[in-house]
Ligand binder design. Structure first.
Ligand SMILES: Cc1cc2nc3c(=O)[nH]c(=O)nc-3n(C[C@H](O)[C@H](O)[C@H](O)COP(=O)(O)OP(=O)(O)OC[C@H]3O[C@@H](n4cnc5c(N)ncnc54)[C@H](O)[C@@H]3O)c2cc1C
Length: 352
């Protein structure tokens, strides 16, 4: 019996894959999959390597982005392959349906509260669960990670509003506001506007969102874990996947593509009795390490550094690079950026 704690996209995808050869049960504390939403839902075209996109959950496709610098310089990028914006509730439910079709079971309103112990949140009754394998897919504040001693995590806090506003279908990205800030079009009439920061996120959001005045039709927020290279995701028969394992890009907070890829490696590891930590690190380790490394440099940037970096990327070849390459393959971006403009290495001084 495999028990999965958390019916988010990564837990449901893990269940869908594993239930082909195993008996799988998901325990989800909420009353349904996909709500409440705390996500912008932007995915690079790398998502196409994992699933075929369905009209059902695709809200929008984006062909262009603007990156803003403190001195108000803007770099415009046209993506060779569009980014996809998803409705997170429907996206998560797509994976839930795959899990159910393959024979997995879901217990809703049931929360992991202790070692092998879940509580029915309606009756408040606790019961023991028996697991041959236990998977923590329970998000950034993972209880599985806490109970089984996987170590402390660091986080950003993300705040996002849905704002009714006509727009030109560009993603706007502000790498110097908070830890980063964004405005992403859900449609030509609605923007998902947000900020991620270590502290004072709401204060930063209030000031930032003045750039996007309009009727606020929804609020979302949540923790964004920070990846750290030393983290492991396996202890005997306990495995972490997705945000629970901090398998995320620290420069953008994108956790969906790396988490889904890690779920595929988890399936291989369990079905073929291989080392999960080796497999997921081989598949996504270098990519998320690169985001971690770049983030650490950027954390030390002042306005002048941002102005310089964005100026570098306003050059035709550098813009082309950002247009062609997926941010899920950051090593290629860095290598090519270095070839086009070796002075980018000067930013390494920030680490000293
Ligand atoms: C503001 C914001 C914007 C973001 N934007 C993007 C984006 O544009 N693109 C992107 O790729 N990523 C984005 N992310 C990150 C993305 O949302 C996560 O990487 C993704 O949700 C991870 O999925 P998961 O299944 O691992 O965890 P979650 O989606 O957090 O799912 C975990 C599930 O576990 C359940 N759970 C938790 N504890 C327990 C328990 N004790 N017992 C039972 N169930 C439990 C929860 O209810 C939840 O359903 C964003 C995050 C935030 C906060």
């Amino acid at each position: 019996m495999i028990n999965i704690i958390g019916g988010g996209p990564i837990g449901c995808y893990s269940a869908a894959l594993l239930s082909k050869n195993n008996e799988v049960t998901i325990y989800e504390e909420n009353k349904e999959v996909g709500l409440p939403i705390a996500c912008t839902g932007i995915l690079s075209d790398t998502i196409n390597e994992i699933i075929s996109l369905k009209k059902d959950f695709v809200a929008n496709k984006i062909h262009s982005a603007r990156i803003y610098s403190p001195n108000k310089k803007i770099v415009k990028i046209n993506f060779k392959k569009p980014n996809v914006i998803v409705f997170r509730n429907k996206f998560d439910q797509y994976f839930r349906d795959k899990a159910l079709d393959n024979g997995a079971r879901i217990n809703y309103k049931t929360k992991l509260v202790g070692r092998n112990k879940v509580m029915n949140l309606e009756t408040r009754k606790k019961k023991k669960i028996k697991s041959n394998k236990l998977i923590g897919a329970d998000g950034p504040a993972s209880k599985v990670s806490q109970i089984y001693g996987f170590g402390k995590r660091k986080y950003l806090i993300g705040v996002q509003a849905l704002i009714k506003k006509k727009n030109d279908n560009f993603v706007d990205f502000y790498p110097h506001i908070g830890t980063y800030a964004w405005a992403v079009p859900e449609s030509r009439n609605v923007l998902r506007v947000g900020v991620a920061a270590k502290n004072n996120t709401m204060k930063i959001f209030k000031s930032f969102s003045k750039k996007y005045t309009g009727k606020i039709i929804g609020w979302q927020g949540g923790l964004i874990p920070l990846h750290e290279p030393g983290l492991i995701a396996t202890k005997k028969n306990v495995f972490l996947v997705g945000d629970a394992a901090a398998q995320i890009k620290n420069t953008t907070g994108g956790g969906l593509v790396p988490g889904l890829m890690a779920a595929e490696e988890l399936k291989k590891a369990i079905d073929k009795n291989k080392d999960y930590d080796v497999l997921w690190k081989k598949r996504i380790g270098k990519s998320i390490w690169t985001h971690y490394f770049v983030r650490n440099i950027m954390n030390k940037f002042d306005s002048e550094d941002w102005n310089k970096l964005i100026e570098m990327f306003s050059n035709r070849k550098m813009k082309e690079l950002l247009s062609k390459e997926s941010r899920d393959k950051p090593i290629r971006i860095l290598m090519k950026a270095f070839i086009h403009n070796p002075s980018i290495l000067l930013f390494l001084r920030k680490l000293m």
